[in-house]
Unconditional design. Structure first.
Ligand SMILES: Nc1ncnc2c1ncn2[C@@H]1O[C@H](COP(=O)(O)OP(=O)(O)OP(=O)(O)O)[C@@H](O)[C@H]1O
Ligand SMILES: [Mg+2]
Length: 350
């Protein structure tokens, strides 16, 4: 286990600032998900932590030791990069065992550890194959086994499950989480899949253009996005903009939206699509809820969930409805929408 600390780190490539004054504490034994659009600096940050590259400014320390002063073989970092290069002329078994053999581990011990790692990634019977005889997803799992077989203090994973189909991905998420807990490895995990980030991690950090724009536990990050970007990048949100009034916001069409915890002068708010309800006719709407009349413009059926786009006098809202088998409204139906003030989050930055 190890605590990784990144302090005021910046890294530029020419005129481009890939990382701009980033500070993150990665807790000892924690599972941290790094999210952000393509080019936001995620891989750059992992490379700096691994010590493959050095910051222009700021410090990176593992358990208090600056990575700069620790030689690569002593860092005990397990890595799996986006372009996970396997050794093409080596068998799967030798690829996974490479780090252990460099360390000079006894053969019989090494063989058992490699087999256990291969079993964990469900490749137990493919140890003799060469990388070119594997599918993309199988190669990815070899790289994953290679990263954790040495029982590192820190595991850096750059989109480790991106090549896997949904079912295998869910299996591997479960296994990865289990391995991480069992060995207690501090794990930093880059993913594009927000659901994966939310379900697997203890903390989430969102990068945008090299800056850390939001950080916190998954539920808090989801419930209280600080910016329109964070609200729409992690999950989906309706962003409404107007002028600040007492207790909320007035939109251009005259609609007033009430916010439970308004921020003075704040002119925007976010409402998650799943928080908006379509009122069933006759049923009372809870007192204090925001309420609007609207017409259904579009309907997207996704099996378990139906997404509606509802026009409310010029304000278009996205609404998610669980497909519970009840009769659901259709395009052009007039509906009443409502949602609680508590589900209306003030948005203070872009
Ligand atoms: N060695 C380099 N030389 C020049 N520019 C670089 C170098 N490495 C990264 N960059 C630039 O820095 C920015 C951040 O790159 P990085 O690889 O960290 O993005 P990322 O968040 O990992 O993106 P992705 O999700 O696509 O993998 C990009 O604009 C990239 O082009
Ligand atoms: Mg990357």
């Amino acid at each position: 286990m190890a605590h990784v600390s990144v302090r005021n780190v910046s890294r530029s490539f020419g005129a481009h600032k890939a990382l701009d004054d980033v500070s993150i504490d990665f807790p000892d034994g924690g599972f941290y998900a790094l999210l952000g659009p393509s080019g936001s600096g995620k891989t750059t940050l992992l490379r700096l932590i691994a010590g493959f590259d050095f910051p222009d400014e700021g410090q990176i320390a593992i358990d208090g030791d600056s990575v700069e002063r620790v030689p690569v073989e002593k860092r005990r970092i397990g890595m799996m990069f986006q372009n996970y290069a396997l050794f093409p002329n080596m068998s799967v078994r030798d690829n996974v065992g490479f780090g252990l053999s460099v360390r000079g581990e006894p053969r019989h011990k090494m063989a058992a550890e490699v087999q256990a790692a291969l079993d964990l990634v469900q490749l137990g019977s493919l140890g003799e194959r060469r990388p070119h005889q594997l599918s993309g997803g199988q190669r990815q799992r070899v790289a994953l086994a290679r990263a954790f077989v040495t029982r590192p203090r820190v595991l850096l994973l750059d989109e480790p499950l991106s090549a896997l189909d949904k079912a295998l991905r869910v299996d591997m998420q479960f296994e990865l989480k289990r391995i991480q807990r069992e060995i207690g490895i501090t794990t930093i995990f880059v993913t594009h899949d927000q659901e994966e980030a939310l379900t697997m991690s203890d903390r989430i950090g969102i990068l945008r253009d090299g800056r850390l724009v939001q950080e916190g536990p998954p539920d808090e990050t989801y419930e209280r996005p600080g910016s329109a970007f964070a609200a729409t990048f992690l999950g989906d949100a309706n962003i409404c903009e107007g002028i600040a009034i007492e207790g909320g916001i007035r939109l251009a069409n005259g609609t007033e939206i009430n916010i439970e915890k308004p921020v003075k002068g704040c002119t925007r708010c976010a409402i998650r699509p799943e928080r908006i309800r379509i009122a069933t006719s006759g049923a009372p709407i809870p007192a204090g809820d925001n309420r609007l009349h609207g017409t259904i413009l579009r309907r997207v059926f996704a099996g378990n969930i139906i997404t509606y786009f509802v026009d409310c006098s010029g304000l278009e809202l996205k609404v998610l409805v669980q497909n519970d088998g009840s009769i659901q409204p259709y395009i052009n139906d007039a509906v009443r929408l409502h949602w609680s003030k508590a589900s209306t989050v003030p948005i203070v930055s872009d």
